[in-house]
Ligand binder design. Structure first.
Ligand SMILES: NC(=O)c1ccc[n+]([C@@H]2O[C@H](COP(=O)([O-])OP(=O)(O)OC[C@H]3O[C@@H](n4cnc5c(N)ncnc54)[C@H](OP(=O)(O)O)[C@@H]3O)[C@@H](O)[C@H]2O)c1
Length: 324
């Protein structure tokens, strides 16, 4: 496993973490084909393979994800760094404090290592939210503050209103196909020693190579993800083919190649979601090799030639949901 410092905190975090949206969200969007015991074992397997970073949120499964994470780490709390998130409807001063208490209780911990704001809320002044976050640090309920899905302007504003603490991380959507964060957020983070936490690092499973136009996932989350549109899956076939070729040559899997591409080029933490122990083990195995310059160049060339459709006609949405 590879480890990087979280911001300037001194905490060493594994570059592969476990994303826990799936955990607890079985009937809430990610399908129902996996069970609670499997997801608990997935977290423990990841930890056995050197992963120490677990990312969840109060919203995942309406609190179910935090509860299951709590069960999974009960005996090994000292081995893990727990990150959770407060939902944007809870960003007033009092609501942040209350939301944090609920998360602590569901997780069964005394302190949350990284408390992140899940999405900005333009209707609640950010200084109010950040005052509450600083109070939580002072009271020892959270160790560090992170943000997710903030634009650069919103991020800088949130930093400016903090009096004592620094924002240590920025969680953004980042994978081979979705690279918007490279424009502003990643350069800013690198310059200011803020850790980038890459969510959807496998493009919600697309980069594992198991989906194609004839075999699309049927769960709700991915039925509304434009990447899984039939036309896009067709356009992405050359990339999937390449990932399979590289994986075959290196004795790895396409998922491991896609994750390695993220963590070897930059000091990011990738948090693939895992439904089963085998997936968690495979994802942890993405850290123990290094793509060559040639492989990186060919990946880049292939990506340059792929154009993704970014929008779907409004008329098609109900149809897409019905068809799956
Ligand atoms: N801050 C935010 O707003 C935000 C937003 C989204 C996600 N997140 C966080 O980021 C985490 C990961 O993002 P994500 O869940 O969107 O997408 P992801 O990690 O790119 O994809 C996860 C899905 O890929 C499949 N998968 C994972 N490992 C695999 C493997 N080794 N082999 C084959 N399939 C594999 C699994 O689904 P199947 O087996 O069904 O294909 C899994 O549910 C989430 O769990 C959450 O913690 C945060």
């Amino acid at each position: 496993m590879l480890y990087v410092e979280l911001g300037r905190t001194g905490l060493k975090v594994s570059q592969i973490g476990v994303g826990c949206w799936q955990i607890g969200s079985r009937s809430w969007g990610w399908g129902a084909e996996y069970g609670e015991e499997e997801v608990i074992q997935a977290i423990r397997t990841a930890i056995d393979h050197g992963v120490n970073f677990i990312d969840t949120a109060e919203i995942y499964g309406g609190g179910e994800s935090e509860k299951i994470v709590g069960r999974a780490i009960k005996e090994i709390k000292e081995k893990v760094i727990i990150a959770t998130k407060v939902w944007p409807t809870h960003l007033t001063y009092d609501n942040v404090l209350k939301a944090c208490e609920r998360s602590l209780s569901r997780l069964g911990v005394d302190v949350i290592d990284l408390y992140q704001i899940h999405w900005p809320n333009p209707f609640i002044p950010i200084n109010q939210t950040m005052r509450a976050m600083e109070r939580l640090v002072k009271e020892g309920k959270i160790r560090h503050i992170g943000l997710c899905n903030f634009s650069l302007k919103q991020f800088i504003r949130a930093q400016e209103v903090l009096k004592r603490e620094e924002i240590v991380s920025n969680q953004v959507k980042y994978n081979m196909i979705e690279r918007e964060a490279e424009k502003e957020l990643i350069p800013y983070a690198e310059k200011n020693k803020i850790t980038i936490i890459a969510y959807s690092p496998l493009a919600q499973g697309l980069l594992t190579g198991k989906y194609d136009p004839a075999n699309r996932p049927r769960d709700y989350v991915r039925r509304i993800n434009i990447l899984f549109d039939e036309e896009n899956l067709k356009r992405l076939l050359p990339l999937i083919q390449l990932l399979k070729e590289i994986a075959g040559r290196r004795g790895k899997t396409p998922a491991q190649v896609a994750l390695n591409w993220l963590i070897r080029r930059l000091e990011v933490i990738a948090i693939p979601g895992a439904k089963r122990p085998a997936q968690a083990e495979e994802n942890a195995g993405a850290a123990d090799f290094k793509l060559t310059d040639d492989e990186l160049r060919i990946i880049e060339e292939t990506l340059r030639n792929i154009r993704i459709r970014k929008t779907v006609s409004l008329l098609k949405i109900p149809l897409r949901l019905l068809r799956g």
